[in-house]
Design a protein around this ligand. Structure first.
Ligand code: F6P
Length: 325
């Protein structure tokens, strides 16, 4: 397989997500398969600025398909947000003879990719964030594993909440998005799920749900709150002040970002990484790999970033049906 692309770089940036290593492996192996050399850029965009690179060969990615985190490390680079930082990164690309970059991460990573692309460096993004908040793709790497981690933890919490007939308020990650909270909330059969996409009506969305549950005979309650709504502590305090419950608070935090990736994340990471290299090898650039209704494809980076992702009405309807009766 011949290509005018001779050498590419791969990096991970932003919050890590399970499946990033599987994506790195796929990029490296797909590049080698096409006769393209691949270097690893460590510590995200910072690494590109400072030339923090390592050589990658097929063996360097042995066995990482099943490991969480990222062997290339990750960072959120302030320096890369500046013109000076971006120019230094461009210099590194030129010095190393990089014909393209595969950037694995979330929206912050892709804004960096967009900036780099304005200097003529071909970039392809692979979506990886537990938040699943990239609008142009139905799926982002890490979401499945993080959801399952949260579900497992909440199932355990439920056991003790049930024994003590308590109310539990669990804070789930997601930054400004409620995809993770909604998915997890439905999966654990939560009493109420609070997401930032829907303005909070505390009486209706929390107190009424608890009351309905109680009237159905329940004596324990599980409130799932997305971090973008409020802190679990605040919600618990408000519940305590409104009705005679003494909720226990759990913030799942960074546990959701770790762990061995699920089969879905490994396979999606492998397919997306392969696709990203294919795009570069075909001489296309400034694309974002995505999956739309089960079909793996790519969209223009700027166009992909300009879209807005929402929660579907069906998710709200399902949640209402499950919690409002
Ligand atoms: O974007 C992924 C994410 O885990 C968010 O859900 C969360 O708000 C944020 O990163 C936490 O970032 P940090 O690792 O800087 O604490």
């Amino acid at each position: 397989m011949s290509s005018t692309v001779k050498r590419i770089g791969v990096l991970t940036s932003g919050g890590d997500a399970p499946g990033m290593n599987a994506a790195i492996r796929a990029v490296v192996r797909s590049a080698i398969y096409r006769g393209i050399e691949c270097v690893g850029i460590r510590r995200g965009w910072n690494g590109l600025i400072h030339g923090d690179i390592i050589k990658m060969d097929a063996e360097s990615v042995n066995h990482i398909i099943s490991s969480g985190g990222t062997i290339l490390y990750t960072a959120r680079s302030q320096e890369f947000m500046t013109e000076e930082g971006q120019k230094k990164a461009v210099d590194t690309c030129k010095l190393l003879g990089l014909d393209g970059i595969v950037a694995i991460g979330g929206d912050g990573t892709f804004r960096g990719a967009q900036a780099l692309s304005t200097y003529g460096i071909p970039v392809v993004g692979v979506p990886a964030t537990i938040d699943n908040d990239i609008a142009c793709t139905d799926y982002t790497l890490g979401y499945d594993t993080a959801s399952n981690t949260a579900v497992e933890a909440i199932d355990k919490l439920r056991d003790t909440m049930q024994s003590h007939e308590r109310c539990s308020v669990v804070e789930v990650m997601g930054r400004n998005a409620g995809h993770l909270a909604m998915y997890v909330g439905i999966a654990v059969g939560a009493t109420a799920v609070l997401v930032p996409e829907k303005p909070l009506d505390f009486e209706k969305d929390v107190i009424e749900k608890i009351r309905t549950s109680r009237l159905r005979g329940k004596t324990h309650y599980m409130i799932v709150v997305a971090e973008g709504v409020s802190s679990a502590m605040e919600i618990a305090q408000k519940i305590k002040e409104t009705i005679s419950l003494d909720p226990r608070v759990t913030v799942l935090g960074h546990i959701q970002r770790g762990g061995t990736p699920s089969a879905r994340d490994r396979v999606m990471a492998t397919r997306m990484g392969y696709h990203a290299v294919q795009v570069l090898a075909e001489g296309r650039q400034n694309r974002l790999v995505c999956t739309v209704r089960g079909v793996l494809q790519d969209v223009d980076l700027a166009e992909g970033l300009s879209m807005k992702k929402t929660l579907s009405q069906q998710q709200y309807d399902v949640l209402e049906a499950m919690t409002g009766v």
